[in-house]
Design a protein around this ligand. Structure first.
Ligand SMILES: Nc1ncnc2c1ncn2[C@@H]1O[C@H](COP(=O)(O)OP(=O)(O)OP(=O)(O)O)[C@@H](O)[C@H]1O
Ligand SMILES: [Mg+2]
Length: 509
């Protein structure tokens, strides 16, 4: 019997005859191991796994599953071979309950016609118990939290009895608390005999669960490492081809004028309008100051962002930007008149028009600016020059001079494009929500330095991040929220992680 569950040999993938996403890749995964697949944004990880899962047919190469040559022509074939994939961006039907999403396409039928919902739910419940992987089966996918949606995606492949599980950046969308839970689930799956391929950018996660790691860069394999025989620094260096330096706020003093003033603001919860998600919240940010909101997800962060950017109406209170009341202003005015910019949490929902080109996306909110538009006639040359400059500076890979359709970009490169757009546009206040989600270590370093540049240029910055390390590296001041209320505030200089952690959980510090 072969020791390998997966052997991908000489795989190349060329899109549109020009974009080389994978080049002569040899990738082998031993049975029952957790094998990390790592590399920069756009290195070709998702593409390689999409080939394994039968979504793309490779330009060249062959695949053996359990030592047998297989033509994996579509995902149904992949499922039959015991391969399951949890995608980087989820693929659930919003209006269906979770159990229906899990069983979709593999439903147990009574007399070949009626879906046997009782039996299906029983079977799923048994799987949930076995792996400690719980969701509310009757909740609709659209109302489920990101964590629950992801557990649903995992249940979906376990329901189909997958033996080889591919996780494409599963932790990028989770909170630190949820990540620990998922890593435990992965270990339990391994203990039950499954083989796992795990894509992630986080060294700490690899060291917690993986046995080995393969690094790809610009479509080719650099090396495969045994985790017990290497270090996080070495692996990170193999990924980006250089040493990584952590960026840190130097605490240059802020300017005197106050840019943002939130006075006793209350907002209804974004996913449940019956209750308040933000209560009597007040906050001031000065020019040249980075204020970070720390807290466990769902404690008012989304409501703060929605109130400032205009995505939600406020119930009570007032929001001032440079002393002008924006509380009732349109989203358009907040961008164009009051110069508020926004890096949204959900890059697909609020960040990009996925079927438009990158260049169009680079001027999305500024299309009526006289720089790009004279009495309704677009100045394409100006848009092109402006957009290309951003894409170059923020190292958006395979942008094809901006003419690439945004959907075709890798997830991390889509994120870099959004961050580039928002940091480049003229602004006085930038609201930044989870800016480095899904970015590789080199890109995180770069984005962090750009955020600090914006501070040094005198912009007021509100940073919301669930990653305490990100908060600690960038903030001048840290505000802690719990249950929609401010529970504490602390100067970042000299602050300790443990103190903030304690405040986040609502305990007295
Ligand atoms: N359908 C497609 N059409 C054209 N180009 C594509 C397509 N899918 C991916 N690419 C290109 O192939 C390259 C590799 O993309 P891929 O999504 O595999 O990267 P990745 O390693 O998963 O990156 P990330 O960490 O950002 O998710 C990217 O530069 C991307 O632009
Ligand atoms: Mg990817």
């Amino acid at each position: 019997m072969s020791q390998y569950a997966v052997e991908m040999e000489n795989i190349s993938m060329i899109f549109n005859k020009t974009i080389v996403a994978n080049k002569d890749i040899n990738f082998k995964v031993k049975k029952n191991e957790i094998h990390a697949l790592v590399g920069e944004n756009g290195a070709g990880k998702s593409t390689l796994m999409s080939i394994l899962f039968g979504i793309y047919e490779p330009t060249t190469g062959s695949i053996k599953i359990n030592n047998k040559l297989e033509a994996i022509s579509n995902p149904i074939k992949a499922s039959k071979l015991g391969i399951g994939m949890v995608h980087q961006h989820f693929k659930l039907v919003d209006i269906f309950p979770l159990w229906k999403n899990i069983a979709l396409g593999a439903e147990e039928l009574i007399a070949k016609t009626i879906v046997n919902s009782k039996k299906i739910k029983e079977e799923i419940t048994a799987i949930m118990k076995k792996y400690n992987l719980n969701v509310d089966l009757d909740q609709s996918a659209g109302n489920a939290s990101v964590g629950a949606q992801q557990r649903t995606e995992i249940l979906k492949i376990l329901y189909r009895d997958a033996d080889i599980l591919v996780f494409d950046e599963p932790t990028a969308v989770l909170t630190p608390q949820e990540i620990d839970g998922l890593l435990e689930v992965m270990k339990e799956l391994q203990a039950a005999g499954k083989t796992i391929i795990f894509i992630t950018h986080k060294m700490a996660e690899i060291w917690k669960v993986a046995n080995s790691a393969t690094v790809i860069r610009k479509g080719t394999v650099i090396d495969t490492f045994e985790i017990s025989k290497t270090t996080p620094e070495k692996l990170a260096e193999a990924m980006v081809g250089r040493k990584i330096v952590e960026v840190k706020n130097e605490y240059k003093p802020t300017l005197t004028e106050t840019v943002l003033k939130m006075k006793n603001v209350s907002v209804r919860k974004s996913n449940n309008h019956k209750i308040l998600g933000l209560k009597n919240f007040s906050l001031e940010i000065k020019a040249g100051e980075v204020v970070a909101i720390a807290g466990v997800e769902g404690n008012g962060q989304q409501e703060i962002v929605n109130a400032i950017t205009g995505l939600s109406k406020i119930e009570k209170g007032q929001i001032l930007v440079s002393d002008e009341d924006v509380s009732k202003s349109s989203i358009y005015d907040r961008y164009n008149k009051f110069k508020i910019r926004h890096i949204p949490e959900d890059r697909h929902k609020h960040g990009l028009v996925l079927d438009s080109t990158l260049l169009e996306n680079m001027v999305l909110q500024d299309i009526s600016n006289s720089k790009f538009n004279k009495m309704g006639i677009l100045n394409f040359a100006a848009i092109q020059t402006y957009g290309q400059k951003i894409l170059l500076k923020f190292d958006v890979r395979n942008a094809q001079s901006g003419f690439a359709i945004s959907r075709q970009l890798s997830g991390g490169n889509q994120q870099k494009a959004i961050v580039g757009r928002e940091l480049t546009a003229e602004s006085q206040l930038i609201v930044i929500f989870q800016p480095t989600r899904g970015l590789d270590v080199g890109s995180i370093e770069f984005i962090h330095s750009q955020i600090l540049n914006a501070k040094n240029e005198g912009k007021a910055i509100l940073l919301i991040s669930y990653e305490l390390s990100e908060v600690m590296s960038l903030a001048d001041r840290i505000v802690v929220v719990n249950s929609g209320e401010m529970v504490g505030e602390i100067e970042a200089k000299g602050a300790k992680k443990e103190d903030i952690g304690r405040m986040m959980l609502g305990k007295e510090s």
